[in-house]
Design a binder for this molecule. Structure first.
Ligand code: NI
Length: 225
C-alpha cells in the first residue's frame, strides 16, 4: 500500500526545519549506502548524529505519533530516527531496494516494513526528484507538497529521478509495524477507515461496536510485539 499522509508538519514547522537544514553540514550520501546502493546513489545526507537531524527527527516522530491517519495505516512498533537527504545539480538515486534490517541507536535490530519520505520543499521549487515506487499495480510517481509524507512498503524497488533544477530536501526513515504483512495491514486500515466513517454517520448503531470489536480481535490475532 502506497499512502500519502498530508500535513504531517505545519507550515511553521516546515519553515523552521528548512532554516535548520539549509545551515547544516551535509556529507556524501554514499557513506551510508550498502553494496548495491553505493553504485546508484548520488546525493547528500546529514550524518545520523548531527544535532539538526536529531532535533528535527524528534519533531517529526512526535508529529506522527499524534497523526491518526499515520497511526492507523502504519500501526508502528518501532520508528527509526529520521534521516535527511538533499539532491541538486542532477543528483539522483537509481533503482534500489532498502536494507531489510537496521539498528536503533540502542543497538536493537528492527525489520524495515515501511519506508517514509517527508518533503521539505514544494514540487514547484525543483524539477525532477520524483520518487518512483514499483507497486503491485505498476510504477507510481510521487512528489508531494512540503510537510506531506509518503508511506510505502520497504519491499518495493524504488528510485529518485535526477533533480535538474533547484533542490529537493526530504526526511526519510523506516519503521517496523506491528503487522508485518502488507496485505493484512492494508485490510486493517481499510476496515478502520470504514468503521470511522460509519461511526460518524451512525454513532449509535450497534454494528459500529461489533465491527470495532472485530477490528481489535484481528489486530490481537496478527500483531507481533
Ligand atoms: Ni531507498
Amino acid at each position: 500500500m502506497l499512502l500519502a499522509i498530508p500535513n504531517v508538519l505545519t507550515p511553521e514547522q516546515v519553515a523552521e526545519g528548512r532554516k535548520l537544514l539549509e545551515s547544516a553540514d551535509w556529507v556524501d550520501g554514499k557513506a551510508t549506502a550498502g553494496h548495491q546502493g553505493a553504485r546508484v546513489k548520488d546525493n547528500m545526507q546529514l550524518p545520523v548524529d548531527s544535532p539538526v537531524a536529531r532535533q528535527l527527527g524528534q519533531i517529526i516522530v512526535k508529529a506522527l505519533s499524534t497523526n491518526p491517519l499515520f497511526m492507523s495505516a502504519a500501526l508502528p512498533l518501532h520508528i527509526l530516527p529520521p534521516m535527511f537527504n538533499r539532491y541538486s545539480g542532477g543528483q539522483t538515486f537509481g533503482t534500489h531496494v532498502d536494507g531489510s534490517i537496521r539498528s536503533l541507536p540502542s543497538g536493537q535490530r528492527i525489520r524495515t516494513d515501511l519506508s517514509c519520505t517527508l518533503f521539505f520543499y514544494g514540487p514547484e521549487e525543483y524539477d525532477g526528484g520524483e520518487l518512483i515506487v514499483e507497486d503491485t499495480y505498476g510504477s507510481k510517481s510521487v512528489k508531494l507538497p512540503a510537510g506531506h509524507m509518503i508511506l510505502y512498503p520497504s519491499t518495493s524497488l524504488h528510485q529518485v529521478t535526477p533533480v535538474t533544477r533547484g533542490t529537493r530536501l526530504c526526511s526519510f526513515f523506516w519503521l517496523q509495524s506491528m503487522i508485518r504483512d502488507d496485505g493484512k495491514r492494508a485490510m486493517l486500515f481499510d476496515m478502520d477507515v470504514a468503521i470511522q466513517r460509519f461511526g460518524t454517520e451512525n454513532a449509535t448503531h450497534p454494528s459500529v461496536i461489533s465491527l470495532t470489536g472485530i477490528y481489535h480481535n484481528l489486530l490481537r490475532q496478527w500483531a507481533e510485539m
